[in-house]
Design a protein around this ligand. Structure first.
Ligand SMILES: Cc1ncc(COP(=O)(O)O)c(C=O)c1O
Length: 429
């Protein structure tokens, strides 16, 4: 399939999905699969991935800008990372002893991440953010949390209320990105009770000058820790994360996703005095000593340091954003590429929410049918494997997609309603 020929062959994906629904709780291992957001258009089951591409079980090939929600930074199935993981597997990776690769990785992280004096390894991002919140509670002796963004599925951070005890929900508050007054109001309303302000550095908007510094200053003035959740930005925006890019050092930070190019690793990094408090609580999990992921992370970071991968990711992301803006303008579609170039997103800006949702749905339907895998409701991610060919293919498909949106608007046809599952906690809206 090329970007000129819409794909309609998803029979095997749909068969696999129907089969999985009989035994797997949500049919797929993650509810965020785009197929659940625009049913019948996105493939559900994959066959393989290599570099910037994934293939579904029907044999269709896609330029992948989802990249397993940002875990892939060098490209799928990267040979150097795979080789490091295989070497660790062969050494025996599930020992009742700690493998030295752990300390080598810790030393690398302490060298690269501005706030890191000590690190704590975990597996999932949700575990790292939950550990950071626990450390902030230990450091301050306070219970309440102010958060901004998606930090995972655990009780304290889950945006959906069902199944979460009201007593837990009552401890978490939020504020508005780029609006220090909204944070000031929350902190004053809960004076002396807030353990930390935890936030992602970039939403779909980037921080206004002074915003991140202002959050840190307000948090500290109220005796709370400032925690940056770098799980999307880490090892993609800069080797030292968004804290290095924006020159604002948090007390604690969390990393995951890109750090190990798809392998399962997360980390809390921060000031030694706060990190030392791990001994006052319990942060252990059986699989944390498994060292495959640590070996993969060391290899990933080695490649990021050895090459100009991050600079290329910025350039490719910038060209993708500029290209999308140019095409949207050329076809008279109200849309704008937003966020940082390594984690871009396309925001449709129609005032009427129904038109906005419908334009989105047409755009993302047309692009995926032409072999471009964008997420409709989540930051996209750029990898070092994306280059000229992938950009050209993506922009060609996007041109067709903008044209389809324009035609729908010109035809005055009733734009289709967005599916009910159009929002999700991991999303950027
Ligand atoms: C900023 C941020 N924090 C935390 C998480 C949770 O990480 P995980 O899904 O690995 O538990 C995510 C996942 O998307 C994230 O984007």
């Amino acid at each position: 399939m090329t970007s000129g020929e819409p794909n309609s062959r998803l029979e095997r994906s749909e068969r696999e999905y129907a089969r999985a629904l009989r035994t797997v709780a949500e049919g797929t291992t993650q509810s965020r699969t785009p197929a659940t957001l625009i049913p019948g258009v996105y493939p559900t089951f994959g066959a393989r991935g290599r570099g910037a591409y994934v293939w579904d079980v029907d044999g269709n090939r896609y330029v992948d800008w989802i990249l397993c929600f940002g875990t892939i930074v060098l490209g799928h199935s990267h040979p150097a990372v795979n080789a490091a993981a295989v070497k660790e597997i062969e050494a025996g990776f599930a020992l009742p002893l700690t493998r030295p690769v752990q300390t080598e990785l810790a030393e690398t992280l302490v060298e690269l991440i501005p706030c890191a004096e000590r690190v704590l390894f975990m597996k999932a991002g949700s575990e790292a953010t939950s550990a950071a919140v626990r450390l902030a509670r230990l450091a301050t002796g306070r219970d309440k949390i102010v958060r901004l963004g998606y930090h995972g599925w655990h009780d304290w951070s889950c945006a959906r209320g069902a199944g979460i005890p009201a007593a837990v929900r009552a401890l978490t508050f939020t504020f508005v990105y780029n609006d220090l007054d909204s944070l000031r109001a929350v902190l004053e309303a809960h004076r002396g009770e807030v353990a930390c302000v935890i936030m992602w550095p970039c939403e779909i908007d980037t921080p206004r000058p002074g915003f991140l510094e202002g959050v840190k200053e307000l948090a500290h003035r109220h005796g709370a820790l400032f925690v940056l959740d770098e799980i999307r930005t880490g090892f993609r925006v800069a080797l030292g994360g968004a804290q290095q890019h924006f020159a604002v050092e948090p007390d604690l930070a969390t990393f995951g996703k890109a750090m190990a190019n798809g392998f399962t690793l997360s980390v809390v990094a921060g000031r030694a005095d706060h990190m030392r408090r791990v001994r006052d609580s319990w942060f252990s999990s059986t699989f944390n000593t498994s060292s495959i992921d640590q070996a993969a992370a060391l290899a990933t970071i080695g490649e990021l340091r050895r090459t100009d991968a991050i600079a290329r990711i910025w350039r490719t992301g910038r060209r993708l954003m500029d290209g999308l803006d140019r095409l949207a303008a050329a076809y008279g579609v109200e849309a704008q590429a937003v966020s940082l170039p390594p984690t871009p997103y396309l925001r449709f800006t129609y005032r009427d929410p129904a038109a906005r949702e419908a334009a989105k749905q047409i755009f993302f339907t047309e692009t995926v049918r032409r072999g471009v895998f964008f997420h409709p409701h989540h930051h996209w991610f750029v990898s070092a494997a994306h280059g000229e060919a992938e950009l050209a293919e993506t922009l060609e498909a996007s041109g067709h997609a903008f044209q389809a949106v324009r035609r729908a608007i010109d035809g005055g046809r009733t734009l289709p309603a967005a599916p009910a599952a159009g929002t999700l906690e991991g999303g950027v809206r």
